[in-house]
Structures are given as structure tokens and as C-alpha cells.
Write a new protein. Structure first.
Length: 92
């Protein structure tokens, strides 16, 4: 359910409701406030376990920095997010 709501909020923020999808050019135009609002929704709905801010913290913990791409660190981030999501699902 919340994935659907996130999609709706992102389409609205990108002004792409009619198209029903977001391209990379549109995604780059998200305002910080739009992203913060979606993050707050996720944090509230998940008891602080999910959201952009949670993913960003994991991303940085795995050796990534904003603006730089490191395939090994990106892979570690992906593994950590999957593991985290599985563990959180078990707690629900």
C-alpha cells in the first residue's frame, strides 16, 4: 500500500501524474521538501525503520559518498538494505 502512495506522491511532485512514470530528468527536479515529506511519511508509517534518510545512512555506512560511485560499496549497500528489510519484516 505505501509503495503505491509513494509512487503517487513522487508522480505528483514531478508533475508526471498524466504520464504515470518518472524519467531521470524529472527525478532530478524533486525539491528537497518533496523528498523530506516522502521520507517523513515512510518514517512515520514504519516506526522509523524505512525512508530515504534511513537508506542514506546505510549508503554512507557502506563506504559510499554522495556524488561518487564505487561498485563495491554500492553492492555492500544493496546487500545491507536487503538484509535490513528482511530483519525489519520479521519484527512486524
Amino acid at each position: 500500500m505505501f509503495d503505491r502512495k509513494t509512487g503517487e506522491l513522487m508522480l505528483e511532485a514531478a508533475k508526471r501524474e498524466k504520464e504515470g512514470w518518472i524519467d531521470s530528468k524529472s527525478a532530478e527536479k524533486f525539491s528537497c521538501e518533496d523528498l523530506r515529506m516522502i521520507d517523513r511519511e515512510w518514517l512515520a508509517a514504519s516506526g522509523g525503520q524505512f525512508g530515504f534518510s534511513v537508506q542514506l545512512a546505510i549508503y554512507k555506512q557502506k563506504g559510499n559518498s554522495i556524488g561518487d560511485y564505487n561498485s563495491g560499496a554500492w553492492r555492500r549497500f544493496g546487500d545491507a538494505v536487503v538484509s535490513f528489510a528482511r530483519a525489519a519484516a520479521c519484527e512486524l
